[in-house]
Ligand binder design. Structure first.
Ligand code: PMP
Length: 456
């Protein structure tokens, strides 16, 4: 009764992100009620393992008392402080300093946002400002990668390369360009790492030549492409792309909104390729979803060019909630957890997750298993030889999500038949094994789906 009325209210009033409004009205909302560790409980009492950490964000897991206490303390003491008028708050200053210390290289300057999309959007504004300050405003063309996701803001959605974010929205703009993805499982150049790196380097060089190096402002990349289906580049791919940008004086933006804060093993995924970007965008694991926050980290060179260019004039970019003290207090508490065993646990759990997923490779539906650390995917096919995707018209992904739900597991089911995994870093061995066992059951049931059988 209680949840029926919620379903009606939701249907009538709550607009959901990235969903078919009409399909959602038809199926109705699933109301989540509570959570602890890696376990969710819905309004009917059904318990589920959260194999996706909310939306790849609850890295520390649910119900961490130290975070609740840090937020409560800050809410009591100073719930809000603006950064305008030269004001600030202790947690925001301390969090900026700690991020600068932990981030690679000279990423020493931190601008706080409310999430990932406005972090990406802020970089676009900072980059334009930077080139104006340098006296080269003609460098105003931006390049990103097919299957990339860089948020849903008006400008950032054009760097995103997922069709649903463009259709009907008038993006990408004519200053936003793409190069093909490294997508190893379906790369026309094959899956050999050196071949993929060579092809990506050639594609980036060709795009720069086409636009003119004097026109290209920045290259945006996720160390592992997340929303495009968890696409993992070969080792050294990031380094090779970074080198091309250096050669042509093009700013390199590492979008670590998903990969940051231990998701792939180290605190930041760039570290694995020894790359120091000019900008790093982060969010999600920064506050683990307990409260909203994102952060743009920028290098000394970028910051100083902007600062000198502005001189005594204001750099006109800012939000009411930039550097929110409650979010910053939560961010500090999350960093404490990462540094006191959680990164380590995540690395162990990540090995177990990858091993478990690889053990599913013998399943008739599993065409590809990929991932690093606690960020992974399996790609389902109806014919391994031809790599034939699941039948799209049968809404197979939705049905897989529903089956997994009934089996007590939340995973991301991408429309193209890719199942995404990003469990909280606090997962125990038993929880990781539970995710794998429930996945196998879900795959076995999917094999019985008449639409899937018909396509095999
Ligand atoms: N960049 C990347 C790489 C992301 O994965 C996301 C979110 N999934 C964003 C940006 C946007 O972040 P948000 O949803 O917090 O606005």
């Amino acid at each position: 009764m209680f949840s029926n009325s919620l379903i009606e209210l939701d249907r009538a009033h709550l607009v959901h992100p990235v969903s078919s409004y009409r399909s959602h009205e038809a199926s109705g909302v699933r109301v989540l009620k509570s959570a602890k560790g890696a376990t969710l409980t819905d309004a009917s009492g059904h318990q589920l393992l959260d194999g996706f950490a909310g939306l790849w964000c609850v890295n520390v897991g649910y119900g961490q008392d130290s975070i609740v206490e840090a937020a409560t303390r800050q809410l009591r003491e100073l719930p809000y402080a603006t950064g305008y008028f030269g004001l600030g708050s202790e947690p925001a200053i301390r969090l900026a300093a700690r991020l600068a210390e932990l981030a690679p290289g000279d990423l020493n300057h931190v601008y706080f946002t409310l999430g990932g999309s406005d972090a990406v959007d802020s970089t676009i504004r900072f980059i334009r400002y930077y080139y104006h300050a340098k006296g080269t405003p003609r460098k105003d063309q931006f390049i990103s990668v097919e299957y990339g996701y860089h948020g849903s803001s008006t400008a950032g959605s054009g760097l995103t390369a997922i069709p649903a974010f463009h259709a009907g929205f008038g993006v990408p703009y004519d200053w936003q360009h793409k190069i093909p993805s490294h997508y190893a499982y379906r790369n026309p150049v094959g899956s050999h790492p050196q071949g993929i790196i060579a092809a990506s380097v050639a594609a980036l060089r060709a795009k720069i030549a086409e636009l003119g190096a004097d026109r290209v402002a920045a290259f945006y990349v996720e160390p592992i492409q997340g929303s495009g289906g968890v696409l993992v580049p070969p080792p050294s791919w990031l380094k090779a792309m970074h080198a091309v940008c250096r050669e042509h004086d093009i700013l390199f933006v590492a979008d670590e909104v998903i990969t940051g804060f231990g998701r792939t093993g180290p605190l930041f995924a760039c570290e694995e390729d020894d790359v120091v970007p000019d900008f790093m965008t982060t969010a999600k694991g920064l506050t683990s979803g307990y409260v909203p926050m994102g952060a743009v980290l920028m290098s000394d060179r970028v910051y100083n060019t902007i600062a000198d260019g502005a001189g005594r004039a204001a750099v006109g970019h800012g939000y009411t909630y930039s550097a929110h003290p409650v979010s910053a207090a939560v961010g500090l508490a999350c960093l404490d957890l990462y540094e006191n065993g959680l990164l380590e646990n995540g690395r162990k759990a990540g090995h177990r997750l990858m091993e478990g997923l690889r053990s599913l490779a013998d399943h008739p539906l599993v065409g590809d298993v990929r991932g690093r650390g606690m960020l992974a995917a399996i790609e389902l096919v109806t014919d391994k030889e031809r790599k034939a995707p699941l039948p799209a018209e049968a809404d197979a992904a939705r049905r897989i999500f529903d089956r997994a739900w009934d089996n007590g597991l939340v995973i991301r089911a991408f429309a193209q038949g890719v199942l995404g995994y990003a469990p909280p870093l606090c997962c125990t061995d038993a929880e990781i094994d539970g995710i794998i066992a429930r996945t196998r059951r879900t795959l076995d049931q999917t094999l019985e789906d008449p639409d899937v059988r018909a396509a095999m």
